[in-house]
Design a protein around this ligand. Sequence first.
Ligand code: ZN
Length: 151
Amino acid sequence: MDLESLYQDIILDHYKHPRGRGLLEHPLGSAFHVNPTCGDEITMQVARDADGGLELGYDGQGCSISQASASVLVELLEGGTVEHSEAVRLAFVALMHAQGAGEPDEEVLGDAIAFAGVAKFPARVKCALLAWMALQDAEIQAGLLTTGEQP
Ligand code: ZN
């Protein structure tokens, strides 16, 4: 199996079996983003769990890339710190802007490396980034992050 089809399998698996999908009962912050060029919609919500880690909830509809990306995001970041979520988000944004030439760091990005192939298709980059942009807005709204903050 080549890398491209392995990546496609990871994306399809998250699309068919989304991790952590569903909205929170008491979100601290919530953001609804749409990608009009593809028709994707994502609502991303953040709260704190009992241990102070990130609690994430989301819902949405759209193409497999947009929905799988949200599932990967939640799997990677749920229960972690805001600083960790920012570090992973920035690494993912950098990967998606590398036009396929990026060297994804699997230790940081986990299953999100599967989107490395998507970065070659500018029209699909917005699909992949949708959930991550909504996460940033939800964290800002929750007061967990200030605009432009770097980890
Ligand atoms: Zn899409």
